[in-house]
Ligand binder design. Structure first.
Ligand code: NAD
Length: 318
């Protein structure tokens, strides 16, 4: 029977830990009608597609299969999660170079079959790859976004909710800057149901000091490394982050998330992918929001963007 498109189609490139967990999460949420897994390791992609499809009788109807780059055609969303893991003793820059070269190959194969849709970059170093995929693809800049600090912001919100003993859904907070060491919390834009963190702490009689702020920022920054140390990889938190971004894009929800996109003067930053609160919807990046940050936060954000630019200058021409 010929395949007739009646809903949304998503491709996930890379069916490793992250790609497979994202596919599983998207299947549970029944986010699309067609989901294709693409991996150089075809057995892995086929095995993951089969395994997830065995749960579909309890979830709903979906066309879930392992495919190849020709299946990128007609996708509403393409998610890039393929990557080479870091070897012991390997520097971050050497790994970045390897993954940039891999990203270039993947972008060429993807664009040879691309017809429409948004591209979500997850593979690390995600800020570098978001910029490079934007440039290599030649697509309008709003069509390419990175998962950026969406996961970091979720970790930040969880830590704040624990400290303040409040439902995490009432905590609005953003980690901005690099998905990496130079990231920072935008405290000036963080609130608990509309109250500043300090006002909330005062109202509820909870002690919240400068040392608590520093500890939460540090724990957020180190969360990924902590999970890797304990279980070898991170994939569930990022899978749900991917799903939440995918939902906003596919359903045109205009949600505010700290995704990455190439900035064009916002916050005084240009020509680098930076993670700041952004409205995401059917067109990908609908608008980069310019929050009024306090002057020190703004300086740290600009410094973070400069650090990413410095790595970019080393890998741009590979
Ligand atoms: P993994 O090693 O489990 O999976 C990577 C997959 O990519 C493998 O299945 C491999 O066969 C596949 N692959 C390699 N080359 C390919 C190609 N040319 N085409 C298609 N597939 C190819 O790794 P993982 O744990 O799934 O992580 C994947 C990426 O996601 C890594 O770069 C990792 O650092 C990144 N990651 C990002 C975040 C984030 O917040 N942005 C969080 C976790 C992981």
């Amino acid at each position: 029977m010929s395949k007739k498109k009646f809903g949304s189609k998503v491709a996930i490139i890379g069916a490793g830990s992250v790609g497979a967990a994202a596919a599983f999460s998207m299947a549970i949420q029944q986010l699309c009608t067609e989901l294709v897994l693409i991996d150089v390791n075809q057995d892995k992609a086929t095995g993951e597609a089969l395994d997830i499809s065995h749960g579909l009788p309890f979830l709903g109807q979906m066309d879930l299969y392992a495919g190849d780059y020709s299946d990128v055609k007609d996708c509403d969303l393409i998610i890039m999660t393929a990557g080479i893991p870091r070897k012991p003793g390997e520097s971050r820059l050497d790994l970045a170079k390897k993954n940039v070269m891999l990203g270039k190959k993947i972008t060429e194969s993807m664009m040879a079959n691309y017809t429409t849709g948004n591209i979500l970059v997850v593979s690390n170093p995600v800020d570098i790859l978001t910029y490079m995929v934007t440039m290599w693809s030649g697509l309008p800049h709003n069509r390419v976004l990175g998962s950026g600090t969406v996961l970091d912001s979720a970790r930040f919100r969880s830590l704040l909710s624990q400290k303040l003993d409040v439902d995490v859904r009432n905590v609005h907070g953003y980690i901005i800057g690099e998905h990496g060491d130079s990231q920072l919390p935008a405290w000036s834009a963080t609130n608990i149901a509309g109250l500043s963190v300090d006002d909330y702490a005062k109202t509820t009689g909870i002690s919240f000091t400068q040392a608590d702020r520093i500890e939460i920022a540090e724990k957020t920054r180190n969360s990924g490394a902590e999970v890797i140390k304990l279980k070898g990889a991170t994939f569930n938190g990022i899978a749900v982050s991917i799903t939440t971004i995918a939902k906003s894009l596919l359903k045109g929800e205009n949600t505010i998330r700290t995704v990455g996109s190439v900035l064009n003067g916002q916050y005084g930053i240009t020509d680098v992918a930076t993670n700041v609160p952004t409205i995401i919807g059917a067109n990908g990046v609908e608008r980069v929001l310019e929050f009024e940050l306090d002057p020190q936060e703004l300086r740290f954000l600009q410094n973070s963007a400069e650090q990413v630019k410095a790595i970019l200058s080393e890998v741009k021409d590979l």
